[in-house]
Design a protein around this ligand. Structure first.
Ligand code: NDP
Length: 242
């Protein structure tokens, strides 16, 4: 069974990705930070469906916490390696740049951008040795076009998009693909403060997306069916561009 790590797999888009990868036949490592009950519920749901999964809580914005958790997992699983990483955990702290304090800038950059390095770097070598792997980054429309009120979030997601393209070129010959999925507005806890009635007028498909609609693309990218796709950013946004 191939192993996939999904960061922020306890809620929203991450939870849907965990379920989709389990259905694809992966053993799934479900990462989360604080909400134990939500994570345990996802684990229980998966096991009832016959899936194989485990929880691995750590804070993706903390380099030492990432190193500790991942090296501990490797020690416990000397015969396995993480074939697919889904860098999904993310936060928003929106404000106009003139009012944005440095905590909100740094937290968003650490959680959405630096986590990509903290998690991907220590796991890459195993993918290279095993001649196969997938890195899938959940980014955002905000990182493609830039959104007012989100200079921190747009910078972080835009940074991950650029890193996706660069890393794809570094390790393509090792049969490791690196891609990004860019959702638009998706109904999760992250967007519960947004009035769907107001925003959906901007979206050609006239509705917010569902987490499962993003997860399906991640499932495809993680599968053998996507063996020749790398360095791409695939939008899942109901036709919403600029
Ligand atoms: P949610 O807020 O619904 O869920 C966030 C998940 O990330 C939770 O599982 C949470 O765990 C986890 N998480 C947050 N911070 C950390 C951390 N420091 N360490 C570990 N886990 C953490 O978010 P969504 O499902 O909406 O978003 C998922 C991804 O999709 C994010 O990267 C987001 O930026 C991106 N995205 C979302 C869009 C949307 O419209 N919803 C649009 C575009 C992109 P816990 O509960 O334990 O805190």
């Amino acid at each position: 069974m191939k192993v996939a790590l999904v960061t922020g797999g306890s809620r929203g888009i991450g939870k849907a990705i965990v379920k989709a990868l389990s259905a694809e036949g992966f053993h799934v490592i479900i990462n989360y930070r604080t909400q134990v009950q939500e994570a345990e519920q996802v684990l229980e749901e998966l096991r009832q469906l016959g899936g194989s999964a485990e929880l691995l809580p750590f804070d993706v914005s903390d380099m030492q916490a990432c190193e500790l958790a991942l090296s501990h997992w490797k020690l416990q699983n000397p015969d396995r390696f993480i074939h697919t990483i889904v860098n999904n955990a993310g936060i928003r702290k929106d404000n106009l740049m003139v009012f944005m304090d440095s905590n909100d800038w740094n937290n968003v950059l650490n959680t959405n951008l630096n986590s990509f390095y903290y998690i991907t770097k220590p796991l890459l070598q195993d993918m290279i040795i095993n001649k196969g792997g997938r890195v899938i980054n959940v980014v955002s429309l905000s990182g493609i076009k830039g959104m007012p009120g989100q200079t921190n979030y747009s910078a972080a997601k835009g940074g991950v998009i650029a890193a996706t393209k660069a890393l794809a070129q570094e390790i393509g010959r090792k049969n490791v693909t690196v891609n990004a999925v860019a959702p638009g507005f998706i109904s999760t806890d992250m967007t519960e403060d947004l009035d769907e009635k107001e925003y959906k007028r901007l979206i050609p498909m006239n509705r917010f997306g569902r987490p499962e609609e993003v997860a399906e693309v991640v499932r495809f990218l993680a599968s053998d069916r996507a063996s020749y796709i790398t360095g791409e950013v695939i939008s899942v946004n109901g036709g919403l561009y600029t």
